[in-house]
Design a protein around this ligand. Structure first.
Ligand SMILES: NC(=O)c1ccc[n+]([C@@H]2O[C@H](COP(=O)([O-])OP(=O)(O)OC[C@H]3O[C@@H](n4cnc5c(N)ncnc54)[C@H](OP(=O)(O)O)[C@@H]3O)[C@@H](O)[C@H]2O)c1
Length: 335
């Protein structure tokens, strides 16, 4: 079978190689990978910016969908022939998050999916929404579940509330779709007027070009009659956090998951106190939440937005395309 291995940090060290398919051990499934989707974290992993615990060579990429072609002993949740997608934090089944779950996240430091076949713990796969094909199912494990974690698990967004999303990448577009389906009003920011027009087609109620409006937080305040939004889905990172706090109402939530502009820097903590706001750290969600989301998405006719599909042989080109930030929604690699 063909497999991509990262031999050193840097996309130039990603090589397509031949090897024997793995055999599923106790509690494992063998997945025939049909589609992968790319996440910003895959770029951070490839660049050596994600985690100090990653040892190379290793197989990168976290999200995939495909069919189960073999199972090892003691596997009960799936059968040979089932179509599944991956669950990023395999050990997190339900309940509160625990730090030790992070040791085996998929796509390094845990097993990656950039291969024709991959052996995974049975807890690392989940049944996708009814009617989704492999490409659609592959978009869900990180991007959709992160948006769900912010809007459903943490903020419990309700009709009549207003949600702000930053940019038009994978997480943000799922956040737009999920927030609209929960009855919220959604304000979307982007660097591109063309992308903002596409966001309106998906249901965005108001849009702001953050390049044209450097003080985009003031625009958000204007669009919410001086109040600010109930929830901000903060995907952009430290450089935008202070504006996100300003754009969010008193007692509101900033769901923080972004690393696009970096992780460390100064913020005005006075804003947090004076508006009694909550910055809520988001790290995807549990398998139980994933199953709830997979029930919700087709009931609300949410179709993942796939910007572009690449063949397996072009994974490095697909990662470089992700790096340009010119996509809208998700990038899929078909195997
Ligand atoms: N903690 C978690 O569980 C978790 C899970 C998933 C993702 N994340 C993080 O969330 C972030 C987004 O991930 P993703 O996979 O959705 O990324 P992505 O698809 O690569 O999104 C990139 C988009 O973000 C927008 N952007 C970039 N800089 C921005 C800025 N300064 N202000 C506003 N928007 C900006 C741009 O949109 P426009 O072109 O429209 O301007 C860009 O196209 C990443 O930092 C990722 O690591 C965290």
């Amino acid at each position: 079978m063909r497999v991509y291995r990262l031999h050193d940090f840097g996309l130039e060290h990603l090589r397509l190689e031949q090897t024997d398919p793995p055999k599923p051990g106790i509690g494992d499934v063998l997945l025939r990978v049909r589609a992968m989707s790319l996440n910003y974290r895959d770029l951070l992993v490839a660049r050596g910016q994600y985690s100090k615990s990653i040892r190379l060579p290793g197989v990168p990429i976290a999200d995939a969908a495909g069919e189960i072609v073999a199972i090892g002993p003691d596997v009960e949740n799936v059968r040979v022939g089932d179509n599944v997608c991956t669950h990023y934090v395999a050990a997190w089944r339900e309940g509160p998050f625990r730090a030790e779950y992070l040791k085996q996240t998929l796509g390094l430091p845990g097993p990656g999916v950039a291969a024709e076949y991959v052996a995974l713990p049975a807890g690392a796969v989940v049944v996708p929404p009814a009617g989704y094909d492999h490409a659609q199912a592959a978009t869900l494990p990180i991007a959709a579940l992160t948006a769900w974690s912010a809007l459903a698990t943490e903020a419990d967004v309700k009709p009549g509330q207003t949600v702000l999303t930053l940019g038009t990448g994978g997480v943000s577009i799922f956040a737009l779709q999920i927030a609209k389906a929960r009855g919220a009003r959604v304000i979307v920011t982007s660097s591109s007027n063309g992308k903002l027009r596409r966001a309106v087609e998906l249901g965005a109620d108001a849009t702001i070009n953050y390049r044209e409006h450097e003080n985009w937080d003031a625009e958000v305040i204007r669009l919410t009659d001086g109040m600010g939004v109930d929830v901000t889905v903060e995907t952009a990172g430290i450089a935008t956090l202070e504006r996100s706090l300003k754009a969010t109402r008193a007692n509101g939530i900033v769901a923080y998951m972004g690393a696009l502009t970096g992780l460390t820097g100064p913020i005005n903590t006075g804003l947090l106190m004076m508006k009694r706001q909550r910055i809520c750290g988001i790290l995807v969600d549990s398998r139980a939440a994933f199953e709830q989301m997979n029930d919700f998405l087709p009931r609300h006719r949410i179709a993942p937005v796939i910007d572009r599909r690449f063949p397996f042989e072009e994974l490095p080109a697909a990662l470089r395309y992700l790096e340009t930030g010119s996509h809208f929604g998700k990038i899929v690699v078909e195997v």
